[in-house]
Design a protein around this ligand. Structure first.
Ligand code: GTP
Ligand code: ZN
Length: 202
């Protein structure tokens, strides 16, 4: 287990993953829905679900600065954009998945500080693997990118389908939610349009 992280904002303080407690909670939930947790097929389920949650919420125990590490000094001062990064997150209202893609772009700082491309995808995962709403996921990625890489600007666009709108409730499969966060020079209409046309091009 890596160091627990103290998160700011409305997430509160996050401790470590408590496997035994998660197991007991899943067993309780099975009883609550009218199942028999002692029948053969369910005997291992609380332990399995606990392990699964540990993985699904692994981002709670990671800091963005730990993944956005490798910085190169290439003197590159034009936009860098990674498209179609798979997003697998969990809606904090219903604890069911929402999934889709993220597009993350930035214009490096004047001294050309850039990061490895895979690190942008890792950054998405750090925030996606937490109980989330799509809007906060989007702004957290943009804000941490600005804070850690100090670029001249960045853009984050996320497109997701929410299982809480598909498998229950309003039941609208196929509906996509699109959120964006734009910071610094990417707020300039011409630059923003350039980024958006690259993102939208298929
Ligand atoms: N803004 C936002 N809303 C979300 C997100 N994920 C889920 N929701 C919505 O959160 C809302 C929760 O609404 P509630 O009325 O408290 O819960 P509910 O009775 O289960 O709502 P229904 O889903 O309409 O049945 C729903 O409208 C969800 O669609 C998200 O990432 N962002
Ligand atoms: Zn939901």
């Amino acid at each position: 287990m890596t160091d627990p992280v103290t998160l700011t904002g409305d997430e509160g303080t996050i401790g470590e993953f408590d496997e035994k407690r998660a197991e007991a909670a899943v067993r309780e939930l099975l009883i609550a829905v009218g199942e028999d947790p002692d029948r053969e097929g369910l005997l291992e389920t609380p332990a399995r679900v606990a392990r699964a949650y540990k993985e699904i919420f692994a981002g709670l125990y990671q800091k963005p600065e730990d993944v956005l590490t490798t910085t190169f000094d290439l003197g590159h001062d034009e936009m860098v954009l990674v498209k179609d990064i798979e997003v697998m997150s969990s809606c904090e209202h219903h604890l069911v998945p929402f999934h889709g893609v993220a597009h993350v772009g930035y214009i490096p700082s004047a001294d050309g500080k850039i990061t490895g491309l895979s690190k942008l995808a890792r950054l998405v995962d750090v925030f996606a693997r937490r109980p989330q709403v799509q809007e906060r996921l989007t702004t957290q990625i943009a804000d941490s990118l600005m804070e850690i890489l100090d670029p001249r600007g960045c853009i984050v666009v996320i497109e997701c389908e929410h299982m809480c709108m598909t498998m229950r409730g309003v039941r609208k499969p196929g509906a996509k939610t699109i959120t964006s966060a734009v910071r610094g020079q990417l707020r300039d209409p011409a630059t923003r349009n350039e980024a958006m046309s690259l993102i939208m091009a298929r």
